[in-house]
Design a protein around this ligand. Sequence first.
Ligand code: GLU
Length: 445
Amino acid sequence: MSPVRVRFAPSPTGFFHIGSARTALFNWLYARHTGGTFVLRIEDTDKERNSDEFLQVIYDSLRWLGLNWDEGPLVGGGFGPYRQSERADIYRAYLDKLSDAGRTYEREGATFFRISGKPQIIDDAIRGRVERTEEKDFVIIRSDGNPVFHFVNVVDDIAMKITHVIRGEDHLSNTSKHTELFQAFGAPMPVYAHIPLILKQHGPGKMSKRDQGALIEEYQRRGFQPEALVNFLCLLGWSPKNDQEKMPIEEIIRLFDLPAVHQGNARFDEKKMAHMNMAYLHAMTPDQYYAVAAKYLGGTGFLALHRPEEEYLRSVLALCQVKVRSLEELPAAIGYFFTEDFPYDAKSAEKIRSKGDPCARLQEFLDALTSADFSSDASLETWLQGLAASKGMSTSDYIHPGRFAFSGGSAGPTFYGVLRVIGPERAGRRIRRFLGIMGPSLSAQ
Ligand code: GLU
């Protein structure tokens, strides 16, 4: 077998969506799995519908996902140029070959390809045997001189020595046209692998650009982890034998193979995507998490607004990492660490009021604070147990109003963790604020 050469051949006619990303990924995985070559080819012969903006989005999205191409625009290679708009000479030469073989004719200014009309059989690596017979000659060069997709697609697959054509199932019906052309050129047929469609989350039909979660750059903007998206995408239509889900990319490369790609369509599942992203965020080291979270917070304007000290931001993020599901949730989830002016949640306030006298407990807490040992969560816990015992109370009598005073709510990371991170000064200030606001309203009741 000659070394594997696969290509991802997008047309830059719209934003880069999840179906294209998955096609690119499966090609890339197959190249990496086999030690082959991953080619990027831009199918931009349709001048009216192509734009440089979309082209840039393709490059950026592939890079962001880590799907580096071995040959193609920007990196070069031995089979270039890699944009179809720059390959007119090659198409002319190939057209001559077909014409010389008597396989073309002109009608109304367009050039038609004369089909053989024989049954076209492919052994698709995913679908199995597929048979289809072309019944009509078809146009390969339009009357305006522009070559048609089927023609340039096959010419380039021949010229670029592509061994495996891995693409969306929507192209399965085109394949008989393509195999007709391969035969007319006397070229060896590539292995075809048509991957199933991605269905929209709800209801019938294929996921479209307009569906929520369809655009790759949207994930980038929302601070999703590219590794998580890649992991999620590879499971849209493929699964390893052991049904493992979260896997490092090396493992995915090792296990990926075409026969294991499912025949049935895959359904997009936003919750699963979010869950995968969370799993990646939670598995990071504190340093890794700090890097991605600080970058995201920088992009949202959060850092410019609060100008936190790096050490303090680090300790907040380390504390909140496993409590926050996505980077998008971060600004709201950690806001109270960086301002003394956070709001008090009314429902939580109600609950605090209904359970004992929060002001009395927090006054005791405040009075004892100078003797608290802030060196660890455990030392703070020991300190609070001592305070509670000395007053005949339980620690939860302090923890609930304390959490409320420190954060304005009743949820979040561990109480001792929050107390340790905000430190004695902030803790004292926040209790005094609580007593100033809540004290009068409580005694009025
Ligand atoms: N330009 C085609 C597309 O974007 C590629 C088809 C193929 O991979 O053969 O759908």
